[in-house]
Design a protein around this ligand. Structure first.
Ligand code: SF4
Length: 226
């Protein structure tokens, strides 16, 4: 089921529609493949951790920013409108993501709209120099949990066979999960979340108003209803 039904309906026939469907399909696949890995390994983030969001703000490709903008417009409309004026919901300083809610157990205030890096951190593998799969345990994973494995997880990275021996399965490959989503991204550039999101929300609002068939001659109508 889509997280952004109204936005998709309002953007039907535009290239933004295809981008959003493409990104959402990639996110869905990440979730499905990670669930298989979690079921086999039980290597879950500690409850309420959120350490990977602190001192970090994601750089976004255009498609990821568009999906996050669409998710906010659909699910947090008031917040999305404030972001168009660069008023983000949390003031965490310059280095920490302005969508990070320290007081919530779930931490991310745009969880279902979050970008690839936030979905893949600690729960994906990558190709090493020799082409084999490698996995790095999350650097924030508690020491006592890592040392409880037999043998203890003390290395910085593990080959596929080492990972399977240690925890039962290797997580999905990052490049497999992202390549389709980025193949249509013409810019192939990333921009810091707080810089790209205000413009992207405005862009979607404008596209939605221009795509409104009830508006004669393409005259922009008022923004979408909450
Ligand atoms: S988008 Fe969400 S998960 Fe990603 S860094 Fe910001 S608060 Fe954390």
């Amino acid at each position: 089921m889509t997280q952004i039904p109204t936005i998709l309906q309002q953007l039907q026939g535009t290239s933004a529609y295809s981008t959003l469907v493409n990104i959402e399909n990639a996110y869905r696949r990440i979730g499905e493949e990670q669930n298989i890995w979690y079921e086999k390994t039980h290597f879950l983030c500690p409850n309420g951790c959120g350490s990977c969001c602190m001192g970090f703000e994601p750089d976004l490709f255009e498609g990821e920013a568009m999906y996050m903008a669409a998710w906010l417009l659909e699910n947090r409309y008031e917040t999305a409108v404030k972001i168009t004026h660069s008023e983000f919901p949390f003031n965490n300083g310059k280095k920490t993501c302005p969508l990070f809610d320290e007081d919530s157990a779930f931490h991310c205030s745009a969880y279902h709209g979050r970008p690839f890096v936030c979905r893949l951190f600690g729960a994906s593998s990558f190709r090493g120099k020799n082409g084999g799969k490698l996995w790095r345990p999350c650097k924030f994973y508690p020491e006592e949990k890592l040392s409880a494995y037999k043998p203890p997880l003390e290395k910085r990275s593990y080959s596929e066979s080492e990972t399977i021996n240690a925890i039962g399965a290797i997580p999905p490959l990052m490049c497999d999960l992202t390549e389709n989503a980025f193949s249509a991204d013409s810019t192939a550039q990333t921009t810091l979340l707080r810089r790209i999101l205000p413009d992207m929300i405005n862009k979607l609002l404008w596209l939605i108003s221009m795509n409104d068939n009830d508006t004669p001659n393409g005259t922009p109508s008022s923004p979408i209803a909450a």
